[in-house]
Ligand binder design. Structure first.
Ligand code: S3P
Length: 433
């Protein structure tokens, strides 16, 4: 089983570029595939999650050429996908499974979605129920979890749906299904979540009206091919934002990072803790804001994390917990129950790992209280969760002894090359098969 070994005393400095944004990479393949014409994508994330999405569309008859991070997709139009020969394997990716479910619900052919052990345990009721309300036929042998069988449909009905949880995956699933529905669909979220689907649909020429927490879309709109430049993933950059903050006397620049305001909660939270983070060269690339991010070491303070920032930083909490463990005083997170249904139960798995390093904490159903203080070394089980493995690699900068992290192969789902990039920046890290 793959493990990561980190020695204490590492740092990070210089200038680095992390791989492409995972959320945008998934969406670039999905929307280019159902567009008319040939789309060109650059900066595509070559991680297992987004590659599974790419393979799924190839097996539905879309011709896709890829050379590293450059992808050319020959779109087949809204109704041009073919029935796949076998089940579509979404691996570890909740985004791929939930977004594809919405798209497949509107196809005329039957299909089956499967995933790995972690994905097969993740909740799908949140997407199955509203899709069924639109008229979709979806069955699962085990209640509301994968494998999921989708029956071909001739038409879906539009939906007016308040999503019970703040989830961009649920919103995006319904937006994709809504493209195949009669009339206008309206989705209202309890809190604003990442809006990459809405922005990219507009880039493909669709009309999508967003106002505050509400999104409206008319069915049967045709998408026209376009060019997409995927920025570096702020969720991957987040590991280095924390690394540079907790290291001593250093400065690091992260290049060309996507800074869409629905994703920058991690910057806001770290700044509230006292981090020294500056956005440089802010620009707009294909409808998504991008910047270089400069981070300098800082002395971090514990805070009560504002609940409105939780959906805007939902994937970054594993490494934010490391920042909290290195801060002076207590950090309190609440309103983050969604962390329990990610690739692992991230509250439980982080609590176990931090406790193994001697950090004092109190887990709660919807969050955690972490008491900042010294960190020892130890052995961590990442439970196959990529972000847990990377978060504890960053902890080694502040730990007094070495940290071994087990079950790390899934780092490749979102951040291929993490170990080499981290080692090059100054972290004392190595990988062992
Ligand atoms: C994502 C949305 C978030 C996030 C996930 C990617 C997306 O999930 O955790 O990693 O690309 O839409 P939820 O929508 O379930 O919060």
């Amino acid at each position: 089983m793959t493990s990561i070994e980190c020695l204490p005393g590492g740092t990070v400095g210089g200038s680095i570029r992390v791989p492409g944004d995972k959320s945008i990479s998934h969406r670039s393949i999905i929307l280019s595939s159902i567009a008319q014409g040939t789309s060109h994508i650059s900066g595509f994330l070559q991680g297992e999650d987004s590659l599974n999405t790419l393979k799924a569309f190839q097996s539905m008859g879309v011709s896709i050429e890829r050379e590293g991070t450059r992808v050319i997709v020959h779109g087949v139009g809204l109704h041009g996908l073919n029935k796949p020969d076998k089940s579509l394997d979404m691996g570890n990716s909740g985004t791929a499974m939930r977004l594809l479910l919405g798209l497949l619900a509107g196809q005329s052919f039957d299909s089956t979605l499967v995933g790995d052990k972690s994905l097969s345990q993740r909740p799908m009721k949140r997407v199955i129920e509203p899709l069924q309300a639109m008229g979709a036929r979806i069955e699962s042998q085990f209640g509301y979890t994968a494998p999921l069988n989708v029956s071909g449909m001739s038409k879906l009905n539009a939906i007016n749906y308040p999503t019970p949880m703040a989830s961009a995956q649920v919103k995006s699933c319904l937006l994709l299904a809504a493209l195949y529905a009669e009339g206008e669909s309206v989705i209202v979220e309890p809190a604003v979540t990442r809006d990459h689907t809405e922005r990219m649909l507009r880039g493909f020429g669709c009309q999508v009206i967003s106002h505050d927490r509400q999104v409206r879309i008319q069915g049967h709109q045709q998408l026209s091919a376009t060019e997409i430049e995927v920025p570096a993933d702020i969720s991957s950059a987040a590991f280095f934002l924390v690394a540079a903050s907790i290291a001593t006397r250093t400065e690091l620049t992260l290049e060309h990072v996507g800074v869409n305001p629905t994703r920058t909660g991690v910057i806001d939270i770290l700044r509230l803790m006292g981090a020294d983070i500056t956005l440089l060269n802010q620009r707009d690339i294909g409808g998504e804001p991008v910047a270089d991010i400069r981070v300098r070491s800082a002395s971090l303070q514990g805070i009560h994390i504002p609940e409105e920032l939780v959906p805007l930083a939902i994937d970054e909490f594993p490494v934010i917990f490391i920042a909290a463990a290195c801060a002076q005083g207590e950090t309190l997170l609440s309103g983050a129950g969604e962390l329990r249904v990610k690739e692992s139960d991230r509250i439980e798995v982080m609590a176990q790992g931090l406790s193994a390093l001697g950090v004092q904490l109190e887990p709660r159903p919807d969050g955690i209280k972490i008491f900042g203080g010294p960190m020892a070394g130890g052995v961590i089980n990442s439970h196959g969760d990529h972000r847990i493995a990377m978060a504890f690699s960053i902890a080694s900068i502040a730990a007094s002894e070495s940290i071994r992290i087990e079950d790390c192969a899934n780092v490749d789902t979102s951040f291929p090359g993490f170990v080499d990039l981290a080692a090059g920046a100054g972290i004392k890290i190595s990988i062992h098969a």
